[in-house]
Design a protein around this ligand. Structure first.
Ligand code: C2O
Ligand code: CU
Length: 492
């Protein structure tokens, strides 16, 4: 396992940087857990649902007694939740009134390239402060349009997806300001399970932030005031306040019943090892039913689950295992002090709950590595000034691999540091780590895998349907901004 200080002291690397808030930290469990509103389509027809989302600045009351300027989808942080049905097209028109342009990516979406939120496919008013935008190589090719229509065919299983900013070189600061929201996909296979729903289904976006004395988000700035990542923060920005759905260490009142928690680590760089405290007698309180790419074959019981940035874990918790009145804390065992706390649940009285945990959840096709036509290795490493993939800093249009659609390949991710590696377009299955089998949190379809220092990870992947240009990158957002990203081109 990881030593508890993994976030701040990585073997073979430099320490990451914790940015301390300049205001007194808010009290724990004093704010009620907010749940982002579900966005309504502006219209629907026989084939699709149509949505409109505008990214804009707004003032939010995230911390009691302070106003925080957020950059949010529809002006909220998190953005509104979009819900799609598997197999039914979702069309989202994105606009932005932000001071800087933005690209919008649906993380986990099985999406054709033109709707994928390529880092140079920007939306904005065209009246931007472009200071610093010329920094990363290739940014000159960017096009800023007043709006972009993203078409998501949703030819994919039920899963917890999320949408977020993906702007070339500035994803870290822009997501940090609030540009992230849930996008849930539902299907029949999942509906047949009768999982907890309505108020008993909670999407939980966990993200650490730091605050300046005036309540604004604190993020390191480059000389000259442009947002960016000075060298000292190249290992990632860590905050000292843990937000869940935008609220600091919130409290949720729950019935003594089963709940579905859709856990998402939306932090820029912080790793989480989530556990309930106290554990109910007998342990195994976190019953995992799904991962990044949807339902597992059968439920897996955990005492704790690890989530690197961008990973999701779908868990059920039976709060009837606790006596009424218990305050159950959700803690992060990799964080110390305030960063070790996430939120709390206050267990109420008994409630009607006909739910029985099914032994089998879903049919999960296995990608057979013996059928792989190709093995490719991607080395994630630190270059002179930037982070690199196979020795190269990201450059738009330079493709490092050309997998054929429909064929199984084995991809090996190798590093001497610590990187959550993410693939666009299609999910993969973890075959093993460090020459052994998959880890405890590697089950099912994944789109992000935490590659630990000196532990190669092998995955089986098969890209389907969409030929085009897609990305593989580190989801530590400061690493991503510091060029740890590469393109691959899928071909017929
Ligand atoms: Cu969550 Cu390429 O991104
Ligand atoms: Cu990284």
């Amino acid at each position: 396992g990881l030593p508890p200080l993994m976030n701040r002291l990585l073997p073979g690397g430099e320490p990451g940087r914790l940015l301390r808030s300049a205001l007194p930290l808010p009290a724990r469990h004093a704010v009620e857990l907010p749940v982002p509103a579900v966005l309504r389509p502006v219209r629907s027809d026989a084939g699709a649902d149509y949505y409109e989302i505008t990214a804009r600045r707004a003032t939010a009351r995230l911390l009691p007694g302070h106003d925080t300027e957020v950059w949010g989808y529809q002006g909220t942080f998190p953005g509104p939740t979009v819900e799609s049905r598997s197999g039914r097209r979702t069309v989202i028109t994105h606009r932005s009134e932000l001071p800087r342009p933005t690209a919008v990516h649906l993380h986990g979406g099985h999406t054709p390239q033109d709707s994928d939120g390529y880092p140079l496919d920007l939306v904005g008013t065209g009246q931007h402060d472009m200071a610093g935008m010329a920094g990363p190589p290739g940014t000159e090719g960017a096009t800023v349009l007043p709006q972009r229509e993203h078409t998501y065919p949703m030819a994919q299983r039920a899963a917890t997806l999320w949408y977020h900013d993906h702007t070339m070189g500035f994803t870290g600061p822009q997501v940090y300001r609030g540009l992230a929201g849930f996008h849930l996909v539902r299907d029949e296979e999942e509906a047949a399970l009768g999982l907890p729903q309505g108020p008993r289904e909670l999407p939980l976006m966990i993200a650490d932030r730091s605050f300046a004395a005036d309540g604004s988000f604190a993020y390191p700035e480059l000389p000259g005031g442009a947002p960016g990542v000075p060298d000292a923060y190249m290992n990632g920005v860590l905050g000292d306040v843990v937000l869940v759905n935008g609220a600091p260490w919130p409290l949720a009142r729950v019935d003594r019943a089963w709940y579905r928690l859709r856990l998402l680590n939306a932090s820029n760089a912080r790793r989480l090892r989530l556990a309930l405290d106290p554990q109910p007698s007998g342990g195994g309180a976190l019953v995992q039913i799904g991962s990044d790419g949807g339902l597992l074959e059968r439920p897996l019981r955990h005492d704790s689950v690890d989530l690197a940035p961008a990973e999701r874990c779908d868990v059920l918790v039976d709060f009837s295992r606790y006596p009424a009145g218990t305050r159950v804390r959700l803690r992060n065992r990799l964080g110390d002090g305030p960063a070790g706390e996430v939120m709390a649940f206050e267990v109420g009285s008994a409630a009607e709950d006909g739910f029985r945990l099914p032994g089998k959840l879903a049919t999960v096709e296995r990608l057979d590595p013996a059928k792989a036509v190709n093995t490719r290795t991607f080395v994630f490493h630190k270059g002179k000034q930037h982070w690199t993939v196979n020795g190269q800093e990201y450059r738009p249009g330079r493709s490092l691999a050309a997998p054929r659609l429909g064929q199984i390949e084995v991809w090996r991710f190798v590093t001497d540091f610590h990187h959550p590696v993410h693939l666009h377009l299609d999910p993969f299955q973890v075959l093993g780590r460090a020459g052994g089998g998959p880890g405890g949190n590697d089950a099912g379809w994944k789109d992000t895998v935490d590659v630990l220092p000196a532990q190669g990870v092998e995955v089986a992947v098969r890209f389907t349907d969409y030929a085009g240009r897609f990305l593989v990158h580190c989801h530590n957002l400061e690493h991503e901004d510091m060029a740890m990203m590469a393109e691959f081109t899928t071909t017929e």
